[in-house]
Design a protein around this ligand. Sequence first.
Ligand SMILES: [Zn+2]
Length: 152
Amino acid sequence: MDLYCLKCRKYDYRNRHKCDILSLVPVTRQCRTLADKLFELGVEPLSVAHFTQPVVGSEYKYIISIHIELRHSYPVDILGDLPIKWRWFTETISEDHTPLSIPVLTYYETYCYDGVKSVDDRVKQVIDGFVDYLDTFRDPQATKSILMLMYD
Ligand SMILES: [Zn+2]
C-alpha cells in the first residue's frame, strides 16, 4: 500500500516528505477520493484500504471489504445513518496480540460477478457511492466545526 499525504493530496515516501508524519497514511489508489473526503470533513483516517478476494470454490463470487482506521473514536452519528453494509466497530486485537482500541469504519459484501461489472468496477462504485453520501448527508462545514472543537 502506498503512503498518501492528506494535506498535500499526493502520494510520497516517508523519508522524503516534508509534512507532519501523521498526515502521511497508507491509502490504496482506489480509496484516495474517500480519504480526501473524510479528511475534508475533519474525520482523520490512519489508513484507508480496500481488499478483494475470490470466494473459495466459486468462480463468480468475491469478497469486497473496505477498512478505514480512524485517529479518534468519533461519535457514531457523526456521519449520519451509514449506508447499508457500512458499519463502525472497534478493533481490539492486533497481530501480535497486544491490546489496542482502534475505531474503524468498514464495508463488507460478497459480490457476484455478473459478466459485465468487474470486481474492481464494483469497488469503484461502492467508494464513489460512499463519497456521494458523505457529500450530501449533512453540511460538511458544520461537521468539520464540531470535530475541530472536539479534537483540536
Ligand atoms: Zn504533505
